[in-house]
Write a protein that binds this ligand. Structure first.
Ligand code: FES
Ligand code: FE
Length: 457
């Protein structure tokens, strides 16, 4: 079967339609591992997690286990966490500090630079000689950092990380560059699985503010039941009228599979989901954020974001997460709490509490989201269901290029511009021999999109 033709047929972003077998087909999943997770820049770790030589952090690129290690010279390398003898994991703690990685199966040892340095009973077991330099750990082809976030790619022809991020960097800076000193990861990492395809989560964070009105309605009602002065202290503007009516403006951005959306308000502390300490902190640090980021990003409220394919975050609630795929029907969530490095300790603790309460594995908002995704995945077991087209038409034809410093292709926040872009780029990657070929197709799609838009300046 020729998947190249089939995949493009499953995505009709020009007409806003998608066939949901993309969420269930094992053959498509295999192709994703090769052509998405084997080519794209993927988030590995935060610099603050491995500050010293020998510090390591274990993660994944797709389903491949990866160990990220701080080198003696201060640089960072990443390796496939796979012993070259019989494929055992050589680093099995979540994180730590080490001089070497010793395989628990037969005891081969690797230096932190990946070299195979020790083989038990080497002279007797390999009397013919063993060329150890041939059997070092496989190194991730390219590793690069962007303002504290470390990424890796297996693609030797990959464009540099900044080029890969494109205009999404402007949105990511809203988290990473809010204050002098940058960011750090606070506390441990929450890890859990959800029985759904990874794309439901990644796409929702790229493109879907719409679900919040309904899926999170009960949470909004609980907050709405608070005394009015308390609501005012939260500064959400949700007291009398919904935020989409009171916000100064709202936008969605979609480009190269990345997506972001947020409201921005009159007040710098306007976030409904966080503790009072956090609201105070936003208020107090607003002048610095304004100077560094400009008004639109300094005033953003609860923005949702995905850097294609699987790094997502929410402005204001400090959750940064990776959607590690686990077969077509399961995703493993890794949720980090990211805060400004220069925030006071009690504010960092408040961010951690807020992130856990709202978006931890039992978070009151997280549960609303995963309940939907799990149910959808069950429905798609049905042959008829998984071959019935879904509507993705929201906001079609209303894309525009803004003239107020907001970069990229944008739309009103209630839109599926970013979702259509996400799936179009996804299909382009699966049906192309190289990332560059896929990008050229995505560029052509985006060019047409803006040219056809009614509101293009
Ligand atoms: Fe690692 Fe044998 S599998 S030493
Ligand atoms: Fe949600």
């Amino acid at each position: 079967m020729n998947k190249t033709i089939d995949i493009q047929a499953l995505i009709d972003s020009k007409n806003g339609q998608v066939t949901p077998s993309i969420y269930t087909d094992p053959e498509i999943y295999e192709l994703e591992l090769e052509r998405i997770f084997g080519r794209c820049w993927l988030f590995l770790a935060h610099e603050s997690q491995i500050p010293k030589a020998g510090d390591f952090f274990n993660t994944y690129m797709g389903e491949d286990p990866i160990v990220v290690v701080r080198q003696k010279d201060g640089t960072v390398k990443a390796f496939l966490n796979q012993c070259r003898h019989r494929s055992m994991r050589v680093s099995y703690a979540d994180s730590g500090n080490t001089k070497a990685f010793t395989c628990p199966y037969h005891g081969w040892s690797y230096a932190t630079n990946g070299d195979l340095i020790e083989v038990p009973l080497e002279p007797r077991a390999y009397p013919q000689g063993l060329c150890k330099s041939k059997w070092g750990l496989q190194e991730v082809t390219k590793v690069a950092s962007y303002k504290g976030l470390i990424f890796g790619t297996w693609d030797e022809n990959a464009v540099n990380l900044e080029e890969y991020m494109g205009d999404m960097a402007w949105y990511l800076d809203g988290v990473l560059d809010r204050r002098e000193g940058g960011t750090e990861i606070v506390g441990g990492i929450h890890k859990w699985t959800i029985d759904c395809n990874w794309k439901f989560a990644a796409e929702q964070f790229a493109s879907d503010q719409y679900h919040a009105l309904f899926s999170h309605a009960s949470a909004v009602q609980v907050l709405g039941a608070k005394p009015e002065d308390e609501q005012k202290a939260l500064g959400s503007g949700q007291t009398a009228r919904p935020v989409w009516e009171t916000a100064k403006d709202a936008l969605q951005f979609g480009q190269d599979g990345h997506g972001s959306g947020f409201f921005f308000t009159e007040k710098p502390d306007a976030n409904v989901w966080v503790d009072g300490e956090v609201s105070d902190y936003y208020r107090e640090t607003y002048p610095e954020a304004l100077e560094r980021l400009g008004e639109i990003r300094a005033l953003r409220l609860a923005g949702h974001n995905t850097l294609f394919p699987t790094l997502s975050w929410l402005n204001g609630t400090a959750t940064l997460r990776v959607w590690h795929p686990r077969g077509p029907n399961q995703v493993e969530v890794w949720a980090f709490c990211i805060t400004d490095k220069n925030a006071p300790e009690e504010v960092k603790a408040a961010f951690e509490r807020s992130a856990t309460r709202a978006f931890g594995p039992a978070g009151f908002l997280e549960q609303d989201d995963s309940e939907n995704w799990v149910e959808i995945q069950k429905i798609l077991r049905g042959h008829r269901a998984r071959n019935s087209q879904l509507c993705m038409e929201m906001g079609m034809g209303n894309e525009k290029i803004r003239d107020d410093g907001v970069p990229g292709i944008t739309n009103y926040i209630f839109s599926e511009t970013a979702a259509r872009g996400f799936y179009q780029h996804w299909a382009n990657l699966l049906s192309s021999q190289t990332w560059q070929e896929a990008k050229a197709k995505t560029d052509a799609y985006q060019k047409t999109l803006v040219e056809n838009s009614k509101e293009t300046a």
